[in-house]
Ligand binder design. Structure first.
Ligand code: GAF
Length: 376
């Protein structure tokens, strides 16, 4: 039995039926575009959340995590309902409820999790938890669906049950990414393309700096930003800000009633364009040249979308001052992580400078890794 299986047995008193893993993600570019029907370009990181699972037939969901205090959380499936909070266990409960709501014949389970995805680091630890749970329950109960459907189901569990109006990027990245590639997802039609991203082959390193900061207003701010984007699209008579053509941006800005909606719109429209630019550069084998586009994305998130924070700006500015080719915050913002594209020879200098500027930061290089999978 694996170490995860042994831990499962210690907690649940029997052997698991199988084990699964789902990764966190870094978003290379395309921030706050997913809920505007736009483009995103995340890749899966090597850090994963693992789950060992065995089915139960008594209507109970019993979950335990090596990384959370509080022991086993036991929930009755019949009591699961949107809004019923159970701490971290709300996420697996939400996935189980959503699978059943969609008519899938999924019952109770004993689950033991562990995770190397930093919690609260803006690297989608909750999406990894959702996706590993959904994949395990589907596999064990013979439910078949595409990875994109699985990601949508996990998004729905977060929107409806947890109550967070997130887009579908994080769950799709965790479910669908492929090793050595970033994933271009066009959210409107849910078209996917795996875009080769061979950093090491070009002598490059993608450094992740988790600031270990999460500002308290992050969740409320996300909902308000999403509502602002929807209000801007409605004011323009469009289904989504995705429908503002880049060439028509200045007309669209003139037609908007206030400065906040103008800022939000400018970010979304230019960010969609940056995703296209980065993909074109990657397709042309010009990885180094994406650096300035990443940095432009950060400035747009800082000044127009206003979701950065002093710690993220400090990491970005420090990395750039030390020779990084580009740097930006990644994820929803208000804390979490920044990324820096660095010539591998410069990694020690950039790392030392960030450590000295922000000693609490956790720094690690990242490589595009595979999506969720069964381990045993
Ligand atoms: C968070 C959300 F979960 C994503 O859907 C996305 O909107 C992201 O913030 C910002 O790009 O990670």
């Amino acid at each position: 039995m694996t170490d995860l299986g042994i831990a499962f047995k210690d907690v649940h008193g029997r052997a698991p039926e199988g084990s699964w893993a789902a990764p966190g993600r870094v978003n290379l570019i395309g921030e706050h575009t997913d809920y505007n029907d736009g483009h995103v370009l995340p890749f899966a990181i090597p850090q994963t959340t693992r789950a060992a699972v065995a089915r139960r037939d008594d209507g109970l969901l019993r979950v335990h995590s090596a990384d959370m205090d509080g022991g086993v959380v036991e929930l009755r499936i019949d009591d699961l309902a949107p809004g019923a909070a159970a701490g971290w266990a709300t996420y697996p409960a939400a996935v189980l409820w959503t699978l059943r709501e969609a008519g899938h014949p999924v019952g109770g389970a004993d689950i033991h999790y562990d995770s190397t995805v930093p919690v609260g680091g803006g690297l989608s630890s909750s999406a990894a938890l959702q996706v590993v749970t959904a994949l395990a329950l589907c596999d064990l109960h013979g439910v078949s669906m595409s990875r994109q459907e699985l990601a949508l189901l996990c998004q729905r569990s977060e929107n409806v049950y947890v109550g967070a109006p997130v887009g579908v990027m994080d769950q799709t990245a965790s479910a669908c990414c492929a090793e050595g590639h970033a994933l271009h997802l066009d959210v409107r039609g849910l078209e996917q393309r795996q875009v080769p991203l061979d950093l090491a082959g070009q002598g490059l390193t993608l450094l992740v700096a988790d600031t270990r900061v999460k500002h308290a207003h992050a969740d409320g701010a996300y909902a308000s930003l999403r509502a602002g984007c929807e209000a801007a699209a409605a004011a323009l008579g469009l289904a989504a800000l995705r429908d503002v053509p880049y060439a028509g941006l200045s007309d669209a800005l003139d037609a908007l009633p206030d400065e906040r909606l103008r800022r939000l719109t400018r970010h979304v429209v230019t960010e969609n364009r940056r995703v296209e630019d980065v993909i074109a550069l990657l397709d042309a084998g010009r990885i180094r040249d994406i650096g300035p586009v990443l940095t432009a994305g950060h400035l747009s998130l800082r000044d127009d979308f206003q979701v950065s924070c002093p710690e993220l700006d400090l990491v970005v500015d420090t990395a750039l001052a030390c020779g990084a080719l580009g740097a930006r915050m990644t994820g929803g913002g208000f804390g979490g992580s920044a990324i820096a594209l660095v010539a591998t020879a410069d990694v020690p200098a950039v790392t030392a400078a960030i450590r000295s500027a922000l000693p609490a930061a956790r720094l690690f290089p990242s490589t595009p890794s595979g999506g969720a999978h069964r381990l045993s």
